[in-house]
Design a protein around this ligand. Structure first.
Ligand SMILES: C[S@@+](CC[C@H](N)C(=O)[O-])C[C@H]1O[C@@H](n2cnc3c(N)ncnc32)[C@H](O)[C@@H]1O
Length: 230
């Protein structure tokens, strides 16, 4: 399948998954990996909330690939203004209902073709970078740079490579392979998506080569997170 087709199918997947998306975060159904793994998961998701607290995204804030609002609901407590972008109308509807704040500016747009229309103090994206293909990585970060005011900051959060994060019936992409994997919905429908796993050191280096000063860390098992300025 061509990369454009994978990116189309990736968006189709998130549109079709909208109503069951939060089961991943809440460790329900196929994402329930047993009490021990679930306890570790929730300890680490709490750690991510502390990462966000330390980042303290004040001022004009941009959230990319905002999804159902798992992070939008927190960002609204920090930001003076919040713009939340996603290409899936289904997740934007869930996000609006969850966050319930008329001051959030929602933008339905494809991030691979979206020119930011203003500049922001902070840009946050959770579980999005891993869905950006290798050959769109530099262009994506250039778009992020174009969205920032001078001194603007980035916070990103994403998946570390571990079998225990995804659904029990998902197989991770081969390490060093083509970064695509098959995702399934509860009804069995299958979709090809991009999923890239980064280790903190090589991601810090890759961002440095693009002119970013980045600091990337990881929780013990499930997540990576990083901050960056241009
Ligand atoms: C893994 S989810 C992350 C959602 C949210 N940030 C979170 O942490 O729960 C990826 C999101 O990217 C969105 N998405 C997929 N392709 C997109 C594209 N081309 N442009 C913008 N958003 C896209 C999906 O609709 C989905 O909400």
């Amino acid at each position: 399948m061509s990369q454009d087709n994978v990116l189309t199918e990736q968006l189709d997947y998130y549109r079709a998954r909208a109503l069951e998306y939060d089961k991943w975060w809440n460790r329900e159904g196929r994402f329930d990996r047993g009490p021990d793994a679930n306890t570790r998961w929730f300890a680490e998701t709490s750690e991510l909330e502390r990462v966000l607290q330390r980042f303290d995204p004040r001022g004009d804030v941009l959230e990319l690939a905002c999804g159902t609002g798992l992070w939008t609901r927190h960002l609204i407590g920090y930001a003076d203004t919040l713009t939340a972008v996603d290409a899936a109308p289904e997740v934007l509807a869930i996000n609006r209902a969850r966050v319930g704040d008329a001051s959030v500016r929602y933008v339905e747009a494809d991030l691979f073709h979206w020119p930011p229309d203003q500049r922001y103090d902070a840009c946050v994206f959770a579980f999005w970078l891993s869905h950006v293909p290798h050959d769109r990585f530099a262009a994506f970060w250039e778009m992020v740079a174009s969205a920032l005011k001078p001194g603007g900051r980035v916070l990103f959060i994403d998946s570390a490579r571990t079998e225990n994060s995804t659904a029990a019936d998902h197989v991770l992409p081969v390490d060093g392979g083509d970064d695509t994997m098959t995702r399934r919905l509860d009804d069995g429908r299958e979709f090809q998506i991009v999923k890239r796993f980064y280790d903190p050191a090589s991601l810090t280096r890759a961002l440095g080569e693009l002119g970013w000063s980045a600091s990337v860390g990881a929780t013990p098992e499930f997540f990576i997170y990083g901050t960056a300025t241009r």
